[in-house]
Design a protein around this ligand. Structure first.
Ligand code: T3D
Length: 261
């Protein structure tokens, strides 16, 4: 557990499991929880024994976004300072971590909660979960990278509509429109989603990290620049131990044992 227990953190089978832990307020982000999440992500990135990250929420929600009690408290910081201090580093840490981050959306994901989820590499949800771009309901604009990721995931038109109406999207609809990867039924969700993270943790971590780098670059590059980037990253992947192991295992007709290096 982290100092205030607003995040629970444990590592098992090479998976760092991070659980947002303020269920009484649907795991909404106060400053302390946002900073604890940043610490947990930093630790996961720095620890070589961690080969995949699993992010979820305690109780019936994934995360209801900013704690509105704290945001509106008299004397609270200007909102841009909150965004820069709390949310922007979370998104950057997720995108720059050279290992897969699975977001297991166990229940409602609203506001910054939805957009933190969408910044993760693979997002899966329980069938009863929902996604809401709740910002417009309180006259804010979507932050936490939402205006970057959502149009790229579901298209400009749908993103505009979801952000301007604040309509709730079910897990199934989210999957159908390409916002998330998979939906698991509620009973199987915890086990299936964690199994996905464990599976990723047994794959060639370095190669997956480089794949993530290439995907990040593809968001900005033109085709020529991206082809160059693929060549450069492929060199790094091929220099890893797991490349040799993958090829040897194929030739020897046995399952590979990857170390992540
Ligand atoms: O500083 C800044 O503000 C900038 C950053 C902004 C980033 C953002 O995320 S802005 C968007 C903030 N989030 C929202 O606007 C969502 C607010 N919550 C809701 O709309 C609803 O709670 C939900 C649709 C998420 C879920 O509805 P429901 O009916 O399932 O639950 P509920 O009854 O509304 O909530 C249960 C409890 O959680 C309730 O407390 P109570 O009455 O049992 O004591 C509720 O007040 C509390 N809660 C839910 N969301 C928040 C919250 N408390 C504080 N902040 C919240 N965001």
């Amino acid at each position: 557990m982290t100092p205030n227990n607003l995040i629970s953190y444990n590592i098992s089978e090479s998976v760092a499991q991070i659980t947002l832990n303020r269920p009484e307020v649907l795991n909404s982000f106060n400053r302390a929880m946002a900073l604890e999440l940043q610490d947990a992500l930093r630790q996961s990135g720095d620890n070589d024994s961690v080969r995949a990250v699993y992010l979820t929420g305690a109780g019936r929600a994934f995360c209801a976004g900013q704690d509105l009690g704290e945001a509106t408290a008299i004397g609270s910081k200007p909102i841009d300072a909150i965004v820069r201090e709390q949310y922007n580093p979370i998104i950057t840490l997720i995108r720059e971590m050279e290992k897969p981050v699975v977001c297991a959306v166990n229940g409602i994901a609203a506001g910054a909660g939805a957009n933190v989820a969408l910044a993760c590499d693979i997002v899966v949800a329980a069938a009863s979960a929902n996604f809401v771009q709740a910002f417009c309901k309180i006259a804010l604009i979507p932050d936490s990278g939402g205006t970057f990721f959502l149009p790229r995931l579901v298209g400009f038109q749908r993103a505009s509509a979801l952000m301007m109406t604040g309509d709730k999207v079910s897990a199934q609809e989210a999957m159908n429109m390409g916002m998330i990867y998979k939906v698991f039924d509620d009973v199987a969700f915890a086990e299936e989603s964690l199994n996905l993270a464990k599976r990723l943790a047994s794959l060639p971590t370095r190669g997956l990290g480089l794949t993530k780098k290439a995907l990040n670059s593809s968001l900005f590059n033109n085709l020529q620049a991206q082809l160059e980037e693929e060549g450069r990253l492929q060199m790094q992947a091929a220099a890893g131990e797991d490349f040799k192991e993958g090829v040897m295992a194929f030739l020897e007709k046995r399952p590979p044992v990857f170390t992540g290096k």
